[in-house]
Design a binder for this molecule. Structure first.
Ligand SMILES: Nc1ncnc2c1ncn2[C@@H]1O[C@H](COP(=O)(O)OP(=O)(O)O)[C@@H](O)[C@H]1O
Ligand SMILES: [Mg+2]
Length: 314
């Protein structure tokens, strides 16, 4: 109880007219964690974040953030958190510096603090040399960094970021995560939603959300450990036929497609590799680059979602 968890939810639920967007969520997030909420479009990520940020009341269940109830003490929460919505509203006509000053006003940052803090945030977001540029003329990645700097202007202890890297190029995505990692090292608690499975690797803990429920919630390494069997990777000439053929071979647990690659979970890689190669060769399908590899978050998540859809969830 109390201070151990900075974000806590019990049975948190949001029903809209035709959908249950969030369905009985239980969460406990420790101070200083970098928590990833991962899920496809429509999973319920934004609705979850809006309830935790005390912007939207739940239909059922409760949540506490920074020690306050999201319904009864919403004002106290708003002062202590930073919220970066997916469509963060920067003022396009204002410069980088003017945007930061504007948010300093909104959050009533004291005059004597202001200049120092803005300079530090500009530096932190790698935007110092662009401070006179209008926000509308920044690249997508730079706009996200400015939005983050504005979100940090009142030194919040918990930060919620809703898909901060969606639609941003890969290089800017990596830079943005480097900045988040720095915040994490400073002890700030971060709650980040993302549709990108590779970003889950950067979190201390990840929850995979699907159709309003959390399917798994653990450290990335442990999630990868949940996948059954060993993994083989290969590039067959006829992907679809090969995939069907392999799925029927003994010892094969699951087949996943990634571009022109097949990832095959088997009970025993050393033994099944030869059998797969032989099976395909006999069917007249050439195989390239057959090797054993380690499952990534991506394989783990796809496998877990499939089991869920097949009714195998608990
Ligand atoms: N204001 C709303 N009214 C009705 N349905 C909504 C509303 N907001 C979200 N939903 C529905 O709730 C589900 C979850 O949406 P959302 O939380 O936005 O998911 P995500 O952020 O993971 O894409 C979706 O089916 C969406 O259509
Ligand atoms: Mg969303």
């Amino acid at each position: 109880m109390g201070d151990t968890f900075v974000i806590e939810a019990h049975g948190l639920t949001k029903r809209f007219k035709h959908v249950t967007a969030v369905d009985g969520l239980d969460l406990s997030i420790r101070r200083g964690e970098i928590f990833g909420l991962l899920g496809p479009d429509g999973a319920g990520k934004t609705t979850t974040i809006r309830m935790l940020c005390a912007i939207m009341d739940p239909s059922a269940g409760t949540a506490r953030v920074a020690g306050f109830d999201t319904v009864k003490e919403s004002e106290a929460i708003k002062q202590r958190i930073g919220y970066m919505p997916q469509q963060f509203s920067l003022y396009g006509d204002l410069t980088v510096l003017e945007n930061l000053t504007f948010f300093a006003d909104v959050f009533q940052v004291q005059r004597q603090e202001r200049e120092k803090r803005i300079a530090r945030l500009l530096e932190f977001a790698r935007l110092t040399e662009f401070k006179k540029r209008r926000a509308a003329h920044l690249s997508g990645g730079m706009q996200k960094k400015l939005a983050l700097a504005c979100t940090l202007i009142h030194s919040p202890e918990v930060i919620f970021l809703d898909e901060p890297t969606t639609g941003v190029d890969p290089v800017s995505r990596r830079e943005f995560w480097d900045i988040l990692t720095e915040l994490h090292l400073q002890g700030v608690t971060l709650f980040v939603s993302t549709p990108y499975m590779d970003e889950a690797e950067r979190c201390s803990r990840v929850a995979l959300m699907f159709e309003g429920s959390i399917i798994v919630n653990d450290a990335p390494e442990r999630i990868k450990g949940l996948v059954e069997g060993e993994l083989l990777e290969l590039r067959p000439d006829d992907l679809r036929r090969a995939s069907r053929l392999i799925a029927d071979l003994p010892g094969v647990l699951e087949v996943q497609t990634y571009g022109d690659l097949l990832h095959v979970f088997v009970d025993e890689a050393a033994r099944r590799a030869g059998e797969i190669e032989r099976g395909l060769r006999e069917a007249g399908i050439a195989v390239h680059g057959l090797r054993q590899t380690r499952p990534r978050m991506e394989e783990a998540f796809i496998s877990l979602i499939r089991k869920r859809l097949a009714g195998g969830g608990e």
